[in-house]
Design a protein around this ligand. Structure first.
Ligand code: TXA
Ligand code: MG
Length: 345
């Protein structure tokens, strides 16, 4: 049976944390909140425990996991050498929503690193995550807590509905603040390379590190099987509904979506629009509001996709966003969930 703990980040119940940490120490799986998305964790140093993560998610085994630590110093036990750039990133952005990739020590099993000689590491800032990892006193491998291919869960309720009975423990905490998975930064090459954009932006990293590049696969407008982060090549963030991004001048986008909505109504297809609050009233059909700022959009996007499924929508139209700053991460996830289908308006 799954042990369910409801924990409030502002008043952490250490008794519940201890029970869940004990489950992790026993080589079982526990879902917990982080500031990005909910994670599905297990002992990163125990191959058998890690196998249970892949099983619970239905995840391909060549897709490596992120190792979560509770204390910056733990990095030194897990990697060959902590580079200058790594020290800067750890110092400026940890704890927080960025993952660094370095050459791993043998203590990290290949099961955890997906067969690679490198390992992805991050120290989350969420206080529940931090308390759990510290209490377990082991590094915790944790991918997002969704069934492989589905949108990542950012709300306790979604985690519970999708994953109850698939894991040994679930910590139901608060909504995830950032709502998109961490930035993944590869520090094993000459130039720091972003393999997955996130809430810590390229612009922010350049300020600290100088030259930073986006993995070539991210610049392409279609999915690319040569993506350096193995996870980037799989179908991702897909709700049951077909997702389309509609892009162009704002008034054209609204007209286009309204025309398409009417056509769909005629075919008995349930349509839903995900949009900024300022545009909500101009759509004729059902809308799910993403909020007002880009930060709001990041934090609400996955929730909106899951809500559209709960409403049994057949088709989702999403407004398009800038590629600057955090917009880069938003568009990366949106394009994947749309299977790169863009309608010009
Ligand atoms: O915000 C997050 O990062 C969340 C929370 C739970 O911390 N975790 C997460 O994990 O998103 P996951 O497994 O869904 O995504 C990990 C990504 C994948 O795209 C994977 O391929 C890449 O990081 N990755 C992990 N280790 C890698 C490595 N050694 N080399 C290249 N890419 C790696
Ligand atoms: Mg994921």
């Amino acid at each position: 049976d799954t042990l369910i703990s409801k924990i409030d980040v502002d008043n952490i119940d250490m008794e519940e944390i201890k029970k869940q940490a004990e489950i992790l120490r026993a080589g079982e799986t526990v879902i917990f909140p982080t500031e990005t998305v909910y994670g599905l964790g297990a002992n990163a140093l125990d191959e058998e425990a890690v196998s249970k993560i892949y099983k619970a998610k239905g995840r391909p085994s060549d897709n490596p996991l992120i190792v979560h630590i509770g204390d910056k110093k733990q990095v030194y036990n897990l990697v060959q050498s902590v580079t200058k750039e790594a020290e800067i990133v750890m110092d400026k952005f940890w704890p927080g929503p960025i993952t660094i990739i370095l050459n791993k020590k043998d203590i990290i099993p290949k099961r955890t690193s997906g067969g690679l000689d490198t390992v992805a590491i991050r120290m989350p800032s969420n206080k529940i995550a931090n308390a759990l990892i510290k209490e377990a006193n082991i590094p915790i491998a944790a991918p997002s807590a969704n069934i492989s291919g589905r949108p990542s869960p950012t709300r306790a309720k979604h985690v519970y509905e999708e994953m109850n009975h698939r894991v040994s423990g679930i910590i139901m905490g608060n909504d995830c603040v950032y709502g998109l998975e961490s930035t993944v930064l590869d520090l094993t090459g000459e130039i720091p390379t972003i393999l997955r954009p996130g809430s810590i932006t390229k612009e922010q990293l350049e300020k600290e590190l100088g030259n930073v590049q986006l993995d070539a696969a991210l610049e392409k407008k279609e999915d690319n099987i040569k993506a350096k982060a193995p996870g980037m090549k799989y179908t991702h963030y897909s709700p049951n509904a077909e997702v389309y991004i509609v892009s162009g001048e704002q008034t054209n986008v609204i007209d286009k979506i309204n025309t398409l909505t009417e056509e769909n109504n005629g075919k008995n297809l349930k349509t839903c629009v995900i949009c900024l609050k300022c545009n909500e009233k101009q759509y004729i059909g059902k809308t799910i509001c993403l909020g007002e700022t880009l930060e709001d959009v990041a934090s609400n996007l996955f929730d909106a996709l899951i809500q559209a499924d709960e409403e049994k929508c057949d088709i989702i139209y999403s407004e398009s966003f800038t590629n600057e700053g955090i917009g880069c991460a938003i568009m990366n996830r949106l394009l994947k969930s749309a299977g790169y289908k863009i309608i010009g308006a």
